[in-house]
Design a protein around this ligand. Structure first.
Ligand code: SAM
Ligand code: SF4
Ligand code: FES
Length: 329
């Protein structure tokens, strides 16, 4: 599919059913009917950055900040392993408290359990990424957010688009399964730039792609902006499945926040991964990247039961494997 064809699909809703159906078939053929569950630990909501869309940005003073330290993280890992999770995802704001030494200690400790480990802790130096890899981390998630350089600059004061791209290529070169993705519905984002985002995923040969609709947060400069469109985000996700048939694609939490059946619709339109939260309820309200986040009042057992039920109800199964990229082509 070339850029023109992608733009055509994104602009025209008459082919939506065809697109979602086609993405579902390509998912079935290339990565099968198993859904991989990744246990998500949001271990710090402290962030030094100022991303204009995010409730964790350092400029937000109206938020109760927390850090979960190593021993407590390991407690959640143990519980997640007992519940059957085969991958742990450690996510946080860009919090310098967790320097390379602290992170490698946490990583090595987690890798004593039989799990794959994904990090999502932002932009770090090549040497830091190298240390994380050496300590045993398998995967890294770092969304490009948007490939529109002007919009990137607007959304990320004091940050550089080139640095973000470099981080992604560094992660790839170090052998991480590398995940990226974009926000859909940022103010002034164009359809053409979304097409460019998809082509960027292909050029990077990303192993995982997470697409989320933008949801405005009241304590950010974008408080009054319109929210992203669920169906447009779904279309970006489905086209990504057609272009990168064998990768892992999560049905994202932000999708379910905008549509009560969002994750299941996504699983039937190209997605094959879900990332339930495995941290205790007390931290969930505090990791408010956007308002209305699902699972705020539930505990890890409730989420596991809930998502298993939904997945089985559509005739899919839960994978018992770590779920690395399959490389079918
Ligand atoms: N700090 C790390 C980073 O930025 O890569 C990881 C944590 S960050 C909260 C994870 C993702 O949340 C970001 O990549 C961004 O796409 C998403 N996000 C932040 N604010 C959002 C919003 N208002 N609506 C939807 N997604 C948002
Ligand atoms: Fe920090 Fe990530 Fe939020 Fe940006 S998106 S403010 S880096 S937590
Ligand atoms: Fe958390 Fe459904 S997955 S309540």
């Amino acid at each position: 599919m070339n850029k023109h064809e992608i733009i055509e699909l994104l602009n025209n809703d008459s082919k939506n059913d065809w697109l979602f159906n086609e993405a579902d078939k390509v998912r079935h053929k290339n990565v099968g009917d198993e859904v991989h569950l990744r246990g998500l630990i949001e271990f710090s909501n402290i962030c030094k950055r100022q991303c204009k869309y995010c409730g964790l940005r350092s400029g937000n003073k109206n938020i109760d900040r927390y850090r979960i330290l190593k021993d407590e993280i390991i407690l959640y890992v143990k519980k997640a392993v007992d519940m059957g999770y085969k991958t742990i995802v450690l996510q946080s704001g860009e919090d310098d408290y967790y320097d390379a030494d602290k992170m490698t200690e946490i990583i090595s400790e987690i890798k004593k359990y039989d799990v794959a480990l994904t990090l999502s802790i932002g932009e770090k130096t090549y040497d830091e990424y190298k240390a994380f890899k050496k300590a045993g981390a398998d995967r890294y998630l770092l969304r490009i957010e948007t490939t529109d350089k002007k919009l990137y600059k607007e959304m990320h004061p004091h940050a550089s688009f080139e640095d973000r791209v470099n981080c992604l290529y560094n992660l790839k070169s170090l052998g991480f399964e590398t995940g990226t993705g974009c926000l859909v519905g940022l103010p002034n984002q164009t359809i053409e730039s979304l097409a460019n985002d998809i082509l960027f995923f292909k050029e990077l040969n990303a192993d995982m792609i997470g697409i989320g609709p933008f949801i405005p947060h009241q304590e950010t400069p974008l408080a009054k902006a319109d929210k992203g469109d669920f169906w447009l985000a779904l279309k970006v996700m489905a086209i990504t499945r057609l272009i990168l048939p064998d990768i892992n694609i999560p049905a994202t939490t932000a999708m379910e926040t905008l549509n009560p059946n969002g994750r299941i619709i996504a699983l039937q339109s190209g997605a094959n991964v879900v990332m339930p939260n495995v941290t205790s309820t007390e931290y969930r309200t505090k990791y408010e990247i956007y308002p209305g986040k699902i699972c705020i009042n539930e505990n890890p057992q409730q989420c596991r039961g809930c998502i298993e039920g939904k997945i089985k109800a559509i005739g899919r199964t839960i994978s018992t494997e770590k779920g690395f990229r399959k490389f079918s082509n």
